[in-house]
Design a binder for this molecule. Sequence first.
Ligand code: AMP
Ligand code: ZN
Ligand code: FE
Ligand code: FE
Length: 276
Amino acid sequence: MTKSADLHIHTHYSDGTMSPQEVVADALHCGIQCIAITDHDTIDGISPAIAAAEGQDLEVLPGIELSSEINGKDVHMLGYLFNWQDASLLEQLKEMQNARAGRMKKMIQKLEALGIQNISFEEISGSARTTALGRPHLAAALVEKKVVGNMRAAFDKYLAEGAPAYVPKFKQTPQEAIKLIKGFGGIAVLAHPMLSSVDELIPGLVAAGLGGLEAHYPNCSVNVMQFYEGLARKHHLVVTGGSDAHGESKKHTFIGKVRIPYDLVEKLKEAAQKNV
Ligand code: AMP
Ligand code: ZN
Ligand code: FE
Ligand code: FE
């Protein structure tokens, strides 16, 4: 049997709903041999996932999904196999997390100005396990308080870009995110390029040290995947893929929905090792 991997999974340490232990149990249940925990702007889920997988037939790779922005577009940068316990990395992530908390307070203020006064920062930050507060946490609170019927409506009415309670995130360019990941010995992979619409920026990102493209992603046609595989070949990038599972907070995907052959993991490891 050939080994397979799912290299894009969120836990409740960012905006997923599963604990690292549940992620590991699910991955074992699905018969996957390798996963990467890729929470937004935090590494808190990695250590418990590694501990939960100990002694089992499952490899857990350290990962992260860093937020960045360029020309007004959100670009998510995956990082793999970096020195995730480095104190200076933790400090830099702490800054991003603090910025996320500040942004959450601003979004709550905007909601207050719109007449929604029953959502408090303390309630959201107290109930979420994450240090990387995001719009999905606020959307969940809006649903819980019955301000809107569901998460989608929370985004459409209040939180989507351009909506009245939207506040942009801290500013970091994709090039800076790549530099950070590489600086800690890892490899940077452009997340879900088919969603980000930044194809024209890929050559510049390669020049900045981009190492891979996430060509395999849920609900994506074979043609689109082959297009990004072709771009990866052209630029000598590795190809990765994953489900982007978030548990209950993204119901259209789940662990193992996307599985890539393990030889792509080996190529990722080789490329990370070469990284200078
Ligand atoms: P944030 O990092 O706080 O900006 O939140 C981004 C996350 O919100 C994304 O990863 C999505 O999971 C979710 N999201 C963004 N836009 C929408 C939308 N229109 N509807 C539902 N979820 C969304
Ligand atoms: Zn997310
Ligand atoms: Fe993403
Ligand atoms: Fe993701």
